[in-house]
Design a protein around this ligand. Structure first.
Ligand code: BGC
Length: 719
């Protein structure tokens, strides 16, 4: 194919436009859009994003296939992040399930719906490790840990792509944002990243490498600079690591206008220079900035950019189109009947309900306040998010219908044995203007407090639904505080005065610093933003029809000042020691160094007992670990058994703990089982700053338990 293409046509394949006109309306007749429209017909566009729906996709595809000289179809991309029409929980919530099968299935459903709507390619999974709850985009990812993150990355890629990319119900995935976007300074989006290579290799790369190993078709580069080079301009990242070391054969798409932004980073003087830098660095497709289209031809003709770089990029793009079956049949995904039957179908609601239940994390449950009885109780349901049908859909909600989620009020009303008194109390902040640039307007209206307090006074138990709305996390939604916004904290305290029997249901797209609540409120449930079936999932967990099994994929801090706070930190020579009679240690004079809830934390209504931890050497650098787990409580339940290690002394310092295995097991009450893990080179070794992977002899600590802070401990030696 390549040999039939002119240089211009080749560069066209590397050009991606955003959906720029009402496709089913008249074509644009003047201005930029008219030029873009002509470019579609000339074969100067390889891809479009944000065009969806069979009718629309058919229109643009027909234009390109029927009118351009070679008729090479477009690859249509869209951000299908946690669902297309039927919403699964936000990805951070799904990560809390630690349930790889369920996560894969959730991506499968998203792919079913997106493909039925003509979309061939999703810009997901987002696999950026982040330790910073201030960063709004933590909601899109798998949390702070590279081991868990890598497993989830692979599961999501498999879910989207299935076994056969050319099947009508699978779509190409895109692992993003390569690389280190989650390490932005101050947790501010798009900000500078300056981290060691050891952190890059040991923490940032593993989920990307796992995605590549799982056969991901595309990778998106990132907006940030990394150690002095914009990621889009980095041949270290894109050529040396991704396409070189890992042998990635798909293509790299830029992030939105990130090629042009090499100029804004002041790493290039002109867009022409930016194009030259980006193609040499290995960015294959230009999202939205037309920098390639406008400059590459001239750069090749003047000899500044070798044509073989263009050929390589185009081959990669054509290969993915081929794998999707688009070259064979450009209209492959376009079937109106399928779209009607699949998008938003009933069966998908059931599946996202299952995922939503699995994503809930029980943070605290004193005096067994939960589960709630199903009959005879008066429940006061209070809070700005209690009857919100929109927020649970989360950010990056694809083509979800606004306000289509089941609210908590609706969920509780499905248990008619209890009497529910609902009062909103206050706003969570932002009624309007969710999409404006600086959406921090504190709403301080307390007029609803009275009704809320009245309801609480009459109730046996209070369920308060507080937290963040859908657009308080996500891209460009960073925060400089991590408490409850607006007057929600005041509402919580006012209700507490009259009835402390409170279950706090926290909705959020990130870990939140709810320290007062932890000290005073007996039961707390992290419900994230759970998607279409949110209210049913929450009500079923509250009533014990689902026994919570989620575990935090990110540390919850006590105060924003502790951030970045993560479990797999280094030890330092003077770690904080609360017992020590010495001030010259790495603590805070005004607060704790410890998390509010650690990574891996999550309670169940039942109790799990760990016993008999054994390590056996099975090879040179291979060990088998076993443990006995019993369900000694009163409910059937699921536990995520977590294995952590620490390489005690190493050539380059190692984290105090690192997750190296986990298993989610279901046990009936009274049941016991034995669980095995294997540790090999991959788990025992680490990357030096030089990028070299080594396994070093010496003593290792090993813990197996219920969170990163608890567990049975032993040691083993590598000789
Ligand atoms: C985001 C990407 C997204 C792209 C297209 C960018 O602003 O960073 O994650 O895929 O927009 O919507």
């Amino acid at each position: 194919m390549l040999s039939q293409m002119t240089l211009e046509e080749k560069i066209g394949q590397m050009n991606q436009y955003n959906g720029f006109w009402e496709v089913t309306g008249p074509p644009p007749s003047s201005g930029d859009d008219a030029t873009k429209y002509e470019n579609l017909k000339k074969g100067l566009v390889g891809s479009m994003l944000n065009v969806h729906g069979v009718e629309n996709v058919r229109k643009v595809q027909e234009l390109v296939v029927n009118q351009s000289r070679l008729g090479i179809p477009l690859i249509i991309g869209f951000d299908v992040v946690h669902g297309y029409r039927t919403m699964s929980p936000i990805p951070l919530a799904e990560a809390a399930s630690w349930d790889l099968e369920a996560i894969e299935h959730s991506a499968r459903i998203a792919a079913e719906e997106a493909s039925a709507s003509g979309v061939a390619w999703t810009f997901a999974p987002m696999v950026d490790i982040s330790r910073d709850a201030r960063w709004g985009r933590v909601m899109e990812g798998g949390g702070e840990d590279p081991y868990l993150g890598a497993k989830i990355a692979a599961a999501r890629v498999k879910g989207f792509q299935g076994d056969d990319l050319s099947a009508e119900n699978t779509i190409a995935a895109c692992a993003k944002h390569f690389a280190a976007y989650g390490f932005a300074e101050g947790g501010r989006d798009y900000n500078t990243v300056d981290i060691s290579h050891a952190t890059l290799y040991n923490h940032v790369f593993p989920p990307f490498q796992a995605a590549v190993d799982a056969g991901v078709s595309t990778i998106m580069n990132s907006f940030n600079e990394l150690n002095g080079t914009p990621a889009t301009a980095s041949s270290f990242l894109q050529r040396d690591i991704l396409k070189g070391l890992w042998g990635f054969e798909g293509f790299v798409v830029s992030d939105w206008a990130s090629i042009e932004e090499i100029v804004d980073h002041r790493n290039a003087t002109s867009r022409r220079e930016a194009a030259s830098i980006a193609i040499k660095a290995g960015s294959d497709m230009d999202m939205a900035s037309s920098t390639y289209l406008n400059n590459l031809k001239n750069l090749v003709e003047s000899g500044e950019v070798p044509e073989r770089l263009i050929d390589d990029a185009v081959c990669r793009i054509l290969q993915v189109k081929h794998d999707l079956g688009l070259l064979e049949d450009p209209f492959r995904y376009l079937d109106e009947d399928r779209e009607k039957n699949i998008v938003g179908c009933e069966a998908h609601q059931e599946a996202v309900l299952d995922m939503a239940q699995k994503s809930v994390v029980l943070l605290k449950n004193e005096q067994e306040l939960l589960p709630l009885p199903k009959e005879g109780k008066t429940i006061a349901l209070i809070g700005p998010l209690a009857d919100d049908k929109n927020s649970p859909l989360g950010n990056w909600r694809g083509r979800a219908i606004d306000s289509s989620a089941v609210s908590v009020l609706e969920g509780l009303n499905a248990y008619p044995g209890n009497h529910v008194l609902y009062a909103k109390g206050c706003e969570y902040l932002l009624e309007e203007g969710d999409y404006i640039a600086h959406p921090v307007i504190n709403i301080d209206d307390r007029s609803g407090f009275g009704k809320a307090v009245d309801a609480a006074e009459k109730a046996d138990v209070v369920v308060m639904v507080l937290g963040e709305g859908a657009n308080q996390s996500g891209e460009a939604r960073s925060r400089s505080s991590l408490g409850l916004l607006g007057v929600q904290q005041e509402l919580l305290e006012a209700v507490y005065q009259v009835n402390p029997n409170i279950v706090l249901v926290l909705m959020s797209g990130r870990p939140m610093a709810i320290t007062w609540a932890d000290e005073n409120i007996p039961a707390i449930l992290e419900a994230w933003l759970l998607g279409s079936q949110s209210g049913h999932a929450i009500a079923q967990v509250l009533h014990g029809d689902y026994n919570p099994s989620g575990k935090l994929p990110m540390t919850f801090p006590r105060t924003v000042g502790q951030v970045p706070l993560f479990y797999n930190h280094k030890i330092s020579a003077r770690p904080w020691d609360p017992e020590a009679d010495n001030v010259y240690l790495g603590g805070y004079v005004d607060g704790s160094v410890y998390p509010l809830y650690p990574f891996g934390h999550g309670l169940s209504y039942t109790h799990f007992e760990y016993d008999n931890l054994q390590v056996e050497k099975t090879g040179d650098q291979e060990f088998s670990v076993s443990i006995q787990l019993g369900n000694t409580g009163n409910y059937d339940g699921e536990e995520v058994v977590q294995l952590y290690i620490c390489d005690r002394v190493a050539s380059e310092t190692r984290p105090v703990k690192e997750l190296k295995g986990f298993k989610k097991v279901k046990l009936r009450k009274g049941e016991e089982c034995s669980i095995q893990f294997k540790l090999g080179e991959k788990e025992l070794g680490y990357y030096l700053n030089s990028g070299q992977f080594i396994v070093e002899p010496g003593t290792f600590d090993l813990w197996v338990g219920t969170s990163s802070m608890e567990g049975l401990h032993t040691q083993f030696e590598i000789k």
